[in-house]
Structure formats: structure tokens, C-alpha cells
Design a protein around this ligand. Sequence first.
Ligand SMILES: [Zn+2]
Ligand SMILES: [Zn+2]
Length: 327
Amino acid sequence: MRAMVLEAPGRKLAATDRPIPVPGRGEVLIQVAACGVCRTDLHVVDGELKDPTLPIVPGHEIVGRVAGLGQGVERFPLGERVGVPWLGWSCGECRFCRAGRENLCPKARFTGYQIDGGYQEYAVADARFCFPIAGEAGDAEAAPLLCAGLIGYRSLVMAGDARNLGIYGFGAAAHIVAQVARHQGRRVFAFTRAGDDAAQAFARDLGAVWAGASEESPPETLDAAIIFAPVGALVPLALKAVEKGGTVVCGGIHMSDIPSFPYELLWGERRICSVANLTRRDGEEFLALAPKIPVQTEIETFPLAQANEALARLREGRLRGAAVLVP
Ligand SMILES: [Zn+2]
Ligand SMILES: [Zn+2]
């Protein structure tokens, strides 16, 4: 089978022929139907995340069908459509895991980072961390729900009951969160790079009441803001736009340094927090909610062999919605 492999950070992925992996105890073999391309994959490929297992097959927005069962797996029948997210394994024993905060497990292992991911024709995953993917959505359309959707959802929950919600960086996660936020009766204010008319138009198409440049002041104060762009300089800008008592949620796994800013911007019980990974409960909640809205993902598909091209397009911001690899 064909796999796209990262041999060292900073290098392009290499197309490699490998034997189909064999699922171990508790694992399922999945024939990959689609795998979304996430900004985190870029951080792995570019060496911005420490200690990836190398070589590694990236990709943690996998949708596929169960093609083999390891010992002891009864959760899924052969042929069932399942999804594999970023959190691939956690210890189940530490204080975080026991408190339902497995996203913070110090021993957690992540798909496409420490466990081979979905940029290949077959992948193996721990059955306990897979989700059934029901509903009408196509495989490629469902793929971005597994991270952009899930992490976006967790970020939205962290934003509390904000009515006026700012979203900084209008890519794959934002285009899903905007639909959920609107469904919940919130008003979305979208911030993009200055001059990115296409992203601003995209945000308005998805129901944003206002779209403009990140440096602009929105026409109304925000109750909370979520930052998806990996740009630390957005934190003081978002604090400035947020009302007293409001939260600025940093939704990405990596961000450039946050510049210093006057305490006045934080004063008034404003808060800054980050979102780390996901829990299985987030997945169950969000994947049940998405078909009810229904969330419609906007995707651009690429053949597996064009993974490097898809990553380059994401890096340059030349995508509307999400890139998805289809083996
Ligand atoms: Zn743990
Ligand atoms: Zn991701």
C-alpha cells in the first residue's frame, strides 16, 4: 500500500510502499477513505512541534471503514464507518484521565505525530479512541469534523455563552465553528489577514454579521473571541476587542510568541486560555450535534500523492475551507 511519510522535519513527504499494517490487541485496521489536512500537520512537517516519532505518516482526520480487527475488539463490526481523531491513546490511570481530562494526559499519544496517521491507504488505530461516523455526509466531507470540527467545538465551549463571538483566522476550524455558533443563536465577527477579501466573503457566506481585518475594531464589542490563526500578535488585538469579563480562547497547538501588552487590556476580568487536544466526550457530543445543524463542510480534495501540494496550499492560505486527501 501507498503511504506519504515524513522522514525528517523540514523535508517533503516521501511516497513510500509499505505492507498493510496488522492490528494488535485492541486495535482496528481501517481502510482510509479520506483524511483531512490540518494546520497541526504543517507544524509537524515544519518541525514546530517537538519530538515527533520519525518516520511518521501524518494525518489525524481519518474517515474509513473497518477492514480488520485485532484481538479483543468488539466495538465495531467489519465494514463500519469510523473516524480517527488527534488523540490516539491516553493512559486511563493518571489524575487527568481519571477526571475525564484525558486531553491533558502526560502520556497521551497523538495520531499522525506519535502514531502513524491517515496519509496512507490503511491505518491502524486503538478502537477505544475511534468514533462511529453516522449520517449522510460523504467520507471526504466528514473528515474535517474529526479535528477542525472537534477542536473548534471545544474552543466554542471554552468561549462560554458569548453572544458576540469573534473568530480570528477563517479557515477549516472557523468555517465549522461559525455554523455551530450561528445555530446556537450567536453573532459571528470574522477577522482575517488584511486584504483577504476571499476569506471575508467566505465568512459572510457562512452567516458572519461582520468580516474585516484582524487589526480593525469590530463595530460592536465582543463577548469572547477564538483565535485559530497561529499568530501570537492576535492575542492583544483580541483582548482589545473583547468586553470586560470576556475570554480569548487560543485554539491552536502552536502559536508564535505573544508580544507584551499593557495590563489594562487584561484588566476587567478578561481571560486568556488555550485549548489542548480533545476528549472522547467532545467527539461524542460534537459528532452527534453536527448532523442536526447540519454542519456542511467546504472541502477541496487532493489525491494522496499530492499531500505536499495540499500542505503548501494550506501554508500559503490558498484554500477555501479544508483540504482533504483521498487515497
Ligand atoms: Zn493519563
Ligand atoms: Zn488537527
